[in-house]
Design a protein around this ligand. Structure first.
Ligand code: AKB
Length: 309
């Protein structure tokens, strides 16, 4: 039986992914870890306060629970990383390389690490971006994710390490809040609509970006990790797609449920980050290798978000 450690378990993806992994593998096989004690239900199961940069403590936790599989979800996201590029680089890179080394030394067997559409840059094809393409990320977050992808591929190549990864689009869910991303507006907008408040958007009305409902993102992660190793042909990170929309598209969809809802646009520094990213994704390699298929589009996601918030 696998024993799983989720580091960064209290974050937007971690909260929902940990819950799902506990449902699948059992509470006693999934340890949640984060820098602070959780405020959510996560503390009902195994939990460790853990600073990912404290490598001795990471080793201690790996040993204590005989961990075989690690989900490393810690990162400074695109907007926050721009405020402290040096710190973002150190956190995002060193934490990954430390874990790759620990796996290589035999402390655990398999690593999941998330990448992002932020690996794409101004000269990447914007529409139906292929799996293999030109990548010139211009945000420090994107630079760290692209470098991370190369490290993952390198460890697979040189050490046959079982490392798996997905390039997530913007993630949207009602159970947990994002923090510090450029796509965060697409979560905030639902909170404001539900609270009956107006929404001020930090991106232009026509900024089209790839997005995904959280349940699809969690399922994609689990399906990739459960796929037989010989079916995994990409060890850098997989493109996965679900939907693409602009702030105006999501506003119009919400208005069908909340006719009085109002939006205004005040683009800030995040506009430049968003403009450097792609608009839609070709995920045919993920479809072929491990059967990826999204279940939520904008309409269905909007219904679920507004019903549950
Ligand atoms: C961000 O906006 O920084 C993230 C991402 C696309 O990786 N949500």
């Amino acid at each position: 039986m696998n024993n799983i450690l989720v580091i960064g378990a209290c974050g937007q993806l971690g909260t929902e992914l940990t819950t799902r992994l506990r449902e699948i593998y059992g509470e006693e096989h999934v340890v949640a870890a984060d820098k602070k004690e959780p405020v959510s239900d996560l503390k009902e199961g195994l939990f460790e306060v853990l600073d990912i940069m404290d490598i001795n403590r990471v080793k201690e936790v790996l040993k204590k629970y005989q961990i075989t599989e690690v989900y490393h979800l810690v990162a400074l996201l695109s907007a926050t990383a721009e405020a402290s590029p040096r710190f973002a680089w150190e956190l995002n890179m060193n934490s990954l390389v430390n874990l790759l080394d620990l796996a290589n030394e035999g402390h655990f067997k398999r690593l999941y690490w998330p990448s992002s559409i932020a690996v794409f840059g101004p000269n990447t094809p914007k529409v139906n971006t292929p799996q293999q393409t030109f990548m010139d990320p211009s945000s420090i977050y994107g630079i760290s994710k692209l470098a991370g992808e190369r490290w993952c591929d390198y460890y697979f190549d040189k050490h046959n390490m079982d490392v798996r990864s997905i390039r997530y689009p913007g993630l949207i869910g009602y159970k947990s809040l994002p923090g510090g991303g450029t796509t965060d507006y697409a979560v905030d907008i639902y909170h404001k609509a539900k609270a009956g408040e107006d929404f001020s958007c930090f991106l232009r009305a026509d900024t089209k970006l790839p997005m995904m409902y959280m349940e699809d993102a969690v399922r994609a992660t689990v399906e990739l990790m459960q796929a037989p190793a010989d079916q995994i042909t990409i060890r850098s990170s997989y493109n996965v797609a679900a939907m693409s929309f602009t702030p105006e598209d999501v506003y119009e969809e919400i208005k069908k449920h909340c006719p009085d809802f109002k939006i205004s646009y005040e683009p800030d520094f995040r506009q430049e980050i968003a403009d450097s990213w792609n608009q839609s994704i070709d995920d045919s390699v993920a479809q072929r290798d491990w059967g990826w298929k999204p279940e939520y589009d904008l309409k269905r996601m909007t219904e679920v978000m507004l019903e549950n918030l």
